[in-house]
Design a protein around this ligand. Structure first.
Ligand SMILES: O=C[C@H](O)COP(=O)(O)O
Length: 318
């Protein structure tokens, strides 16, 4: 996936985040202005939506997941846009796929099998997803299991208690151990920001995760009461930018959870472009974690091509 060096981490440096204040009102104002700053029309919008598809971690994380469901999802990842729409867009030969598939550890072998012959990576959640309250040795074993089964990306969850009690050393040590267990697999650190109470905590947890070597920071599991929001994402990308300036390391960003529409996708793409610039509009540095956003994007692309909206049951998956 990545074309640049991985984040090597920096060691724990509380001085980079302890005195930081995040102004919630200003973050909310900036978040609201993003939606109005840039309107992207017609062919540009279609191009941005195709870009969004290439950045989706197409996800299924349900208790009733089966090999059959994972196979269907993988087929959609290989061919996320219907052939006739793709042809009308002039993209038939571009090999458009989603950024990755994201599943539970026991579903990894099914996904690897279904994606054989493609270059679509399988991402696995691990470490007692979603609550992250299993003992550390079992969390690390779960990472190793998923990697052994062929996962090339691991989405870990942090222990929220370490953030809520400001125990940065415990948080750093935990994430560093997870990073080591990942080996060559890229690690996304899920902060579960809906559980962290303040934007200041979100900033601090982002910094610690990056200092511990996270290749991506990710907002949410999709299972918290509040998942990806723009003010939280803004706080995280600002931390990411500050970390880059202080360390020279490059880290990716993954909003996840509750994003369902093409409009959501556009909003997050605009956020990335405005805050971080074009390199963060590529799948090696940006992913949209979503189980049910692709259908609306495909529907909007069909509308662009035909001038009509299809019934949503014509785009039944994802
Ligand atoms: O990591 C991805 C999320 O779990 C997906 O959440 P969602 O089902 O709300 O799209």
């Amino acid at each position: 996936m990545n074309t640049h060096p991985r984040n090597a981490g920096t060691g724990l440096k509380p001085e980079w985040f302890e005195d930081i204040a995040v102004n919630r009102t200003a973050s909310e104002r900036r978040a609201a202005s993003l939606a109005t700053r840039r309107t992207v029309k017609k062919e540009y919008q279609a191009a941005w939506l195709v870009k969004a598809i290439t950045c989706i971690d197409l996800t299924t994380l349900a208790g009733d997941d089966t090999e059959g469901r994972v196979k269907r999802l993988c087929a959609k990842a290989r061919r996320p846009i219907r052939d006739d729409i793709l042809e009308a867009l002039g993209l038939a030969d571009e090999g458009i796929t989603t950024g990755a598939i994201c599943v539970y550890p026991t579903m990894v072998p099914h996904a690897v099998k279904a994606l054989q012959g493609s270059n679509i990576p399988v991402a696995s959640v691990a470490t007692g997803f979603p609550a992250g309250l299993t003992p550390l040795p079992q969390k690390l074993a779960e990472i190793r299991y998923a990697v052994d089964q062929g996962a090339r990306e691991i989405d870990i969850v942090i222990t929220r208690e370490h953030v809520l009690t400001q125990n940065w050393k415990a948080l750093f040590d935990e994430i560093s151990a997870m990073r080591e267990a990942c080996g060559d697999a890229h690690m996304k650190a899920i902060l579960a920001t809906g559980d962290l109470n303040t934007l200041r905590n979100v900033y601090r947890a982002s910094m610690v995760a990056m200092q511990a070597g996270a290749d991506f920071i990710k907002t949410s599991t999709g299972k918290e009461d509040v998942n990806a929001t723009i003010p939280v994402s803004l706080t995280m990308v600002r931390a990411l930018r500050d970390f880059g300036a202080l360390s020279g390391q490059i880290v990716g960003f993954k909003p996840a959870g509750g994003m369902k529409t093409a409009k959501d996708a556009m909003l997050w793409l605009i956020l990335m472009k405005e805050e971080l610039g074009l390199p963060w509009l590529q799948p090696d540095l940006f992913r949209l974690g979503a189980s049910s956003m692709l259908a609306d994007i495909e529907r909007q692309l069909e509308h662009y091509v035909t001038g009509r909206y299809a019934a949503s049951n014509r785009h039944p998956l994802a």
